[in-house]
Design a binder for this molecule. Structure first.
Ligand SMILES: NC(=O)c1ccc[n+]([C@@H]2O[C@H](COP(=O)([O-])OP(=O)(O)OC[C@H]3O[C@@H](n4cnc5c(N)ncnc54)[C@H](O)[C@@H]3O)[C@@H](O)[C@H]2O)c1
Length: 253
């Protein structure tokens, strides 16, 4: 098994459709012991039964709250001491900013989206060396809207561009600790977060028609690549953005 004897943290489970859950089920199958994070009490009742099916610990983490971060990593340090991988699968922007024109984004909306969706990875990386003394792997989730203009993706595209640049800078900073930092650029998947994006179902149809593999991807596709990135099989890969999108990103016409 790819992740036998490894302990991992998976941040951002909201429900059984979450990309984080696709990562969790696959990492569990590959033998990892897991800790899952969920945002708040509203989401907890959906996450607890899921966590129980894979014998995972679960803990609240609101990335806008410094104390929440502190408490989360204190728990990890006290219970596990050292861990092997972290999968960061968290993003947020106000619904009204995920339609219409990017030019209308307010200063507050911009800060909120960048704070939750990109800076949270930087904050995670600050805690990593202390709980990954033998090295480790951090993986985050991005989208094509970081590289190209995707209708309605707007401020989230800018947040993902910051996230992808952060992956490269963090990979350089944490490389001396033998901690690798990578991103998966996932194709569109029908999740809670995605449903907030204007015209999202149209994007699913376009990908299915144009992608080389003639299909959309699943949380299982992403979860399997996330396991590879968490495992020793990717020991030589860091600072990389891997597209798991049925090949859609290579198509122009
Ligand atoms: N679904 C897609 O089409 C798609 C494609 C590419 C990348 N992604 C990325 O994958 C990641 C996971 O999204 P998803 O599609 O699984 O949707 P999701 O709604 O299941 O997951 C998003 C998670 O972010 C969490 N979150 C939001 N604000 C938070 C905060 N302040 N503190 C802690 N957690 C917070 C939510 O609770 C939720 O668990 C996101 O980064 C998203 O941008 C999604």
């Amino acid at each position: 098994m790819l992740l036998q004897n490894k302990v991992g943290i998976i941040l951002g489970v909201a429900n059984a459709n979450s990309i984080a859950w696709g990562c969790a089920t696959n990492a569990h199958k590959e033998g990892a012991k897991l800790v899952l994070s969920y945002l708040d009490d509203r989401i907890r009742p959906r996450v607890v039964p899921l966590a129980e099916t894979i014998n995972a610990d679960f803990l609240e983490l609101d990335v806008t709250n410094k104390n929440s971060f502190k408490e989360f990593f204190k728990f990890i340090k006290e219970k596990y001491g050292q861990i092997d991988f972290i999968i960061h699968s968290i993003a947020f922007a106000n619904k009204e900013d995920l339609r219409g024109k990017y030019v209308n984004t307010s200063r507050d909306s911009f800060s909120l989206a960048l704070n939750i969706s990109a800076f949270s990875l930087v904050e995670v990386a600050k805690y990593a060396p202390d709980i990954m003394k033998s090295g480790g792997s951090i993986t985050t989730m991005s989208y094509l809207g970081a590289e190209k203009v995707v209708e309605s993706y707007n401020v989230m595209g800018v947040a993902k561009a910051a996230l992808e640049a952060s992956v490269r800078y963090l990979a350089r900073d944490l490389g001396e600790h033998n901690i690798r930092v990578n991103a998966i650029s996932a194709g569109p998947i029908n999740t809670l977060a995605a449903r907030g994006i204007g015209g999202f179902s149209k994007v699913l149809d376009i990908v299915k028609e144009k992608a080389p593999l003639k299909r959309n991807i699943s949380i299982d596709d992403v979860g399997k690549t996330a396991c590879f990135l968490a495992s020793d099989y990717s020991a030589g890969i860091t600072g990389e953005i891997i597209h798991v999108d049925a090949g859609f990103n290579i198509i122009v016409l």
